[in-house]
Design a protein around this ligand. Structure first.
Ligand code: SAM
Length: 232
């Protein structure tokens, strides 16, 4: 993501920015970050971070579907998480339309999504079997994108890469492309297999992910997707 952002000191709106996990490194890199999140406790934590970081980060409570920022007021928008929590297509369209509205012309919108096709891979990652009820839950989510068949996010929505690209296209973005965040090596890290070998496996996983960069057929094997688009 870093090498696709406009250079610092650009202004970035971090929508669904949580407690400031990205705001912190962005501010340290010289960006101005306005963070918006729908959960007040997250915003409180982000404000504590902002107080420590000398005026480069602001944080307020808000909804990705109805932003307070003015038209074209930021150089880039990050939407790293809200699309996971918006199962209705109309809500995702509103969130993306808002991100496009507040981004200046030629600015960038970056949106993450849960990868729908990666759900079957959590069983090998966790080193567990696939009982029939879990297979049924995974099949249902593979078909609809709704639900979290291995975790605790019942309102989750997961995308296929082409679907995510289509939603950015529909929002009016151009030069849209979708990358896999982790690469296929992410399944190595959930079980005892990784014990004592994390550094080696991490190196292998990162190098494997780089080998697949630019090979769109493998994108869906990542647990998460990252889409980029430019506001024309
Ligand atoms: C999975 S977390 C990601 C946090 C952070 N962006 C990151 O990448 O680690 C999703 C975040 O989106 C926030 N969120 C969910 N729906 C939202 C909405 N409609 N508007 C704004 N924030 C939202 C949640 O409160 C949460 O902080």
């Amino acid at each position: 993501m870093r090498n696709r952002l406009p250079p610092p000191p650009a202004r970035i709106l971090d929508i669904g920015g949580g407690t400031g996990v990205h705001a912190e490194w962005l501010a340290a890199a010289g960006y101005h970050v306005d963070l918006v999140d729908i959960v007040p406790e997250h915003v409180r934590a982000a404000r504590e971070l902002a107080n420590r970081i000398d005026g480069r980060v602001s944080a307020h409570v808000g909804d990705a579907r109805s932003l307070q920022a003015g038209d074209g007021s930021v150089d880039a928008c990050l939407l790293l998480g809200p699309l996971y929590h918006l199962p209705e297509q109309s809500d995702r369209a509103r969130a993306l339309a808002e991100a496009v509205r507040v981004t200046r012309r030629e600015g960038m919108v970056c949106a993450s999504a849960i990868s729908r096709d990666a759900w079957p891979l959590y069983a090998p990652r966790d080193g567990v079997g696939l009982p029939t009820d879990r297979v049924a839950a995974i099949e249902a989510t593979l078909a609809s994108g709704r639900g979290d068949p291995v975790g605790s996010l019942p309102d989750a929505y997961s995308h296929r890469p082409s679907e995510l690209a289509g939603e950015l296209d529909q929002a009016g973005l151009v030069d849209v492309h979708v990358l896999g965040v982790e690469g296929p090596g992410w399944i190595l890290f959930g079980s005892d297999l990784a014990e004592g070998r994390v550094d080696d496996l991490l190196d292998a996983a990162i190098r494997t992910a780089r080998l697949f960069d630019g090979h769109p057929d493998m994108t869906a094997a990542s647990a998460h997707l990252l889409a980029f688009g430019r506001r024309p």
